[in-house]
Design a protein around this ligand. Sequence first.
Ligand SMILES: Cc1ncc(COP(=O)(O)O)c(C=O)c1O
Length: 380
Amino acid sequence: MRERRIYLASPHMSKQGFEKQYIDEAFKTNWISPLGPNVDLFEKELADYVGVSHAAALSSGTAAIHLALKSLGIREGDLVFCSSLTFAGSVNPVLYEKAIPVFIDSDSSSWNMSREALRKAYQVYPAPRALIVVNLYGQSADYDLIREIAGEHGTPIIEDAAESLGATYKGVQTGALGDIGIFSFNGNKIITTSGGGMLVCNDEEIVKKARFWATQAREAVPWYQHNEVGYNYRMSNICAGIGRGQLKVLEERIAKKKFIYELYQESFADIPEIRMMPVCDYGSPNYWLSCIILDRSCRLKPFDLISALAKENIESRPVWKPMHLQPVYADKPFFSSVEGGISAAEDIFNRGVCLPSDTKMTTGDIELVAGIIRQLFGKQ
Ligand SMILES: Cc1ncc(COP(=O)(O)O)c(C=O)c1O
């Protein structure tokens, strides 16, 4: 087995050492706390990059979704429409507030939320309190369609841009497309703070309130006064320093992710049973993960590829298992985009594979991964 592991997506610090400079400054000045200059500046720099006026740096993307839901006043028994094909962190906060997720299928042309499934959901549940839309694997959902439908019902949109920092939709940065946007800086994301998240919004009051809840809902009086329940959700000044450094190399990371996607695409061009995850012409993805989907007629299944790569110490994964198929959410409503047969999300899960998309991969590494898969299809 090869000694050096090739990862799906792992942290990649700048070669210039930007992150270290910000951390060193924090050490020198003893700003080792969940507040400080790096936190303030990371919020400002990220908001400027995304094109929104305000941002709150938090401990995770999940925390950001939780506070976004709270700021929309989501309470017990409220309905929240959610993308089904996603990571659990997108949806779990709905349960934290004892609200009810209603799962919406994907569209096979984008893997993102389906307009048809969304319309069906509104026919049954015309008044959800919020809609959480995921930009899957670094590609924006189709917000013109989604906003049109949500707008007819007055539903606020939480844009789950955890995976899509730097991607655009019709020239607008993801994160700025809903009423509230959220990002994740978990270790596997396009840029990382080791763990962290950000809530972004043009409404200053929402962001101020998010910071308030994130610091245990401590009232602005000299003693410890708490009129409501709070959380310990703030990002530390050290993590924010890493984030500031990482932000400087975001464009470089996107370019490398795109290179990885395109090299896989080229490598599989002569294998009709393999298709890349579709790229929609309404925007430009950040290509966070390069995913493929195997043809229905293909004799090989995702785990044949995953096992062949694992033998060479190479990490790959199935596509997210849809939330409506998870035991914890099995009793929640789901609306399929498909009439009869399995849903688009389940179909993508059954046939999809996330390939290693680590920005530290060399061209040789990408060719090695592609070569192992090509061999399985009898190609040199
Ligand atoms: C789509 C999506 N939403 C939410 C999250 C949660 O973010 P975090 O891990 O920072 O809590 C993640 C990933 O981690 C994600 O991929």
